[in-house]
Ligand binder design. Structure first.
Ligand SMILES: N[C@@H](CCC(=O)N[C@@H](CS)C(=O)NCC(=O)O)C(=O)O
Length: 232
């Protein structure tokens, strides 16, 4: 059976959504990142990048959420774009835009706004600016089409949904006033039974929620340089 290495956060959630949408059977393996479980050899042998999600399907091992979405879409033949070169080019462009833009800039905006120590004005300005710029591109894309690729709900919408749930935390409580089309997509996906089942996954395991010193050590290993080099 498929094993999904999971933490209830944006990148793993989009993969859980795909699995729930298709009804594929899977076993959820919790990886408690605030407890440092992403660094255990049992997990890094599956994902050397030590981040959730990862997925094992027989002898196939896949990590990175958007790679997993594409793997599952190709495996099942579901939630793909059309298969002309032009349709596939459009799908790959937007999927990679989410993978390399929406995810990283949103994640870094969260890091610098909510977790980084001062001084951080420069970093907050850069990542807030870039996160907004990326989300406005998605919003403009959705201004005249129901879904990211047009009329059909695809893996790209699932990729967007994973991070759209976090938009107020990324951009601020009133962000939806400027991203009405993204909010529409979020609401539409949230209304689907599969999304509600993903929401319920949180309660299936007691994940650590405190961002204490141990969690910071596990999640922000770069900070060890300050103490080891005597810079802090
Ligand atoms: N590019 C990766 C990023 C994965 C990622 O950053 N996952 C977060 C959860 S959303 C994580 O596991 N963080 C733990 C850590 O950074 O130590 C993907 O899309 O899967």
């Amino acid at each position: 059976m498929i094993k999904l290495y999971y933490h209830p956060s944006p990148n793993p959630a989009k993969v859980a959504l795909f699995l729930e949408e298709t009804g594929l059977e899977y076993q959820l393996v919790p990886v408690d990142t605030r407890k440092g479980e992403q660094h255990l050899p049992a997990f890094t042998s599956i994902n050397p990048n030590a981040k959730t999600p990862a997925l094992v399907d027989g002898d196939a091992v896949v990590f990175d959420s958007n790679a997993i979405l594409l793997y599952l879409a190709e495996k099942t033949g579901q939630f793909l774009s059309g298969d002309t070169p032009a349709a596939r080019a459009e799908m790959l462009s937007w999927l990679m835009f989410v993978a390399t833009g929406i995810g990283p800039y949103s994640g870094q905006a969260v890091h610098f706004k909510h977790f980084a120590p001062e001084p951080k004005v420069y970093a907050v300005n850069r990542y807030d600016f870039e996160a907004w710029r990326h989300w406005k591109i998605v919003d403009a894309r959705l201004a005249d089409r129901r879904w990211m690729l047009g009329d059909r709900y695809t893996l790209v919408d699932m990729a967007v949904w994973g991070w759209a749930r976090a938009v107020p935390f990324v951009l601020g409580a009133d962000a939806w006033q400027q991203l009405a089309n993204v909010k529409r997509l979020l609401d539409e996906v949230n209304a689907r039974p599969a999304a509600q089942r993903v929401e319920a996954l949180k309660a299936k395991h007691a994940y650590k929620t405190e961002m204490d010193d141990d969690a910071r050590k596990a999640m922000f290993p770069q900070n060890a340089r300050f103490t080891s080099q005597g810079a802090a």
